[in-house]
Design a protein around this ligand. Structure first.
Ligand SMILES: Cc1ncc(COP(=O)(O)O)c(C=O)c1O
Length: 471
């Protein structure tokens, strides 16, 4: 019996589409009602999570879609997963929900166990964790940890703040509020809060009207595909971008204290960074005393066939901070150097200091992935799916440009010739029973759960061939 069959003996055998348009009439009616209290403009349809199961999401019209978008890459184990339902019904969960602790001041007796369980899933080389609430929050907390560490190195880890620092910080002035930068990359997405928003630059709509820090954006490599046929050219591209990174660190108007990078830029178009590029960044960050942060919010928790995507690069020595959220449900950052723990309390602090209910779910997700070997399954299914997509690419080269994600589990993407064609393909895919997302201007990105198997890949490829044929 496959893992999906073990979890979901009742999972639908295939998608069921009952309405001629999506959203269907009932979705439209209920979305209109909801529109009175919520911004429903980005809604695809109104979902019925009670009826959704495994790899299938159902809407209020009774349409049941094979889900390759999975709540913007955030459902690790399918809908209504029995192991997660069991964790959700535990006494610890009830305590976490009903008497939510302000963890910093009043940590619970359950917390030690929860964090140690989360740490079982830490990336290689990392053995500490600090918890946050969302992807953007995780990145902002990581920036704070990086700045605190950077200044502690200059001041001395145990040295106290000067009077000048204490006074100037109250006016948002240096030296208490120092002029320091985080370097990120063009097309990056690290969240929509203020500091994370300054490191994001995938689309103007995420940033317009918000004051931003004056922080540098280096160039992220743009590779030629297939990778194995273009290795010389891609190496030159890596070197070109690395030179820009180093130049920006050396010449930016304010010191660069940290660098943040996605191992695969996801919202920005599924742009991959090579092992060489990610390792060279480690060399550069060490040379210039810059904190190295890897953002695994979207790539993390198994979808690339490893628990953490940057583990493919085996970066040595390990990076300083690794941020997570989405498929782990809980959020935060992993680290290994205790010097990233601030020298005084209340410097990295807020009311909740994380969300224990989400930590319980994260622990259960990590345990299931390990027990059921779901990263191995994701690699196997990804290879199977990739081959099928290569076949489609041969047939429809115009509509399968830059197919990428080979050997990266089901974390697969490709480009359509235009944004209009991509949007049309996504629409037709829905009408053919598959919920799929796009990214950047004209890319399609696949982000199914780790419970996605070969039989689901077959259904998707059949629907895709039909949809492409209709373009
Ligand atoms: C790589 C990456 N970092 C950060 C974020 C922000 O996460 P959140 O939307 O939970 O704030 C995202 C969200 O898509 C992401 O893909």
């Amino acid at each position: 019996m496959s893992i999906c069959e073990q979890y979901y003996p009742e999972e639908p055998a295939k998608p069921i589409i009952k309405t001629k348009s999506i959203p269907g009439p009932e979705s439209q009616k209920q979305l209109k009602e909801l529109g009175g209290v919520f911004d429903t403009r980005p809604a695809y349809f109104l979902a019925d999570y009670e009826k959704s199961l495994g790899n299938y999401i159902t809407d209020v019209d009774g349409n049941t879609y094979l889900d390759l978008y999975a709540q913007i890459a955030s459902i690790a184990l399918g809908y209504n997963n029995p192991a997660l339902i069991k964790a959700a019904q535990s006494p610890e969960m009830i305590r976490a929900l009903v008497d939510r602790p302000a963890l910093g001041n009043f940590p619970s007796k359950d917390l030690d166990k929860m964090l140690k369980q989360i740490l079982k899933s830490a990336p290689k080389g990392q053995d500490h964790v600090w918890s946050g609430l969302s992807g953007a929050d995780a990145n902002e907390l990581a920036f704070k940890a990086a700045f605190i560490y950077y200044r502690a190195q200059q001041r001395g880890y145990d040295a106290d703040f000067s009077e000048k620092e204490n006074i100037s910080v109250m006016d948002n002035d240096a030296p208490g509020a120092p002029h320091l930068a985080v370097l990120s990359f063009k097309r990056a997405f690290h969240g929509r809060l203020f500091a994370s928003g300054s490191t994001t630059c995938s689309k103007p709509i995420h940033k317009l009207d918000f004051p931003a820090f004056h922080w540098p954006h280096a160039e992220y490599p743009s590779y030629k595909y297939p990778l194995d046929e273009n290795s010389d050219e891609n190496r030159k591209e890596d070197d070109r971008c690395l030179a820009i990174v180093e130049e920006l660190i050396k010449t930016w108007s304010i010191p660069v204290a940290a660098l943040i990078i996605e191992p695969i830029q996801s919202e920005g178009g599924d742009n991959h960074a090579s092992k060489y590029f990610l390792q060279k960044l480690r060399d550069i960050t060490l040379k210039h005393n810059v904190v190295y942060i890897i953002d695994e919010v979207q790539t993390g928790v198994g979808a690339t066939g490893k628990l953490w995507c940057h583990e493919y690069a085996d970066i040595q020595p390990p990076v300083d901070l690794v941020t997570f959220s989405k498929k782990f449900q809980s959020a935060g950052y992993f680290f290994h150097d205790p010097k990233f723990i601030p020298n005084k309390p209340y410097r990295q602090f807020n009311t909740w200091c994380g969300e224990p209910a989400r930590m319980i779910i994260a622990g259960a997700i990590g345990q299931e992935i390990s027990d059921k070997k779901l990263t191995e399954q994701c690699s196997r299914v990804g290879d199977y799916l990739y081959k099928k997509l290569e076949d489609l690419q041969k047939k429809y080269p115009e509509n399968f440009q830059n197919l990428r994600g080979k050997g990266r589990g089901t974390f697969i993407a490709w480009d359509l010739p235009t944004g209009e064609k991509r949007d049309l393909l996504l629409k037709k895919l829905k009408l053919n029973g598959c919920n799929v997302g796009g990214c950047a201007v004209h890319a399609v990105r696949l982000r199914p759960s780790l419970t996605f198997e070969e039989k689901h890949a077959d259904i998707f490829v059949e629907a895709l061939a039909k949809a492409v044929n209709e373009l």
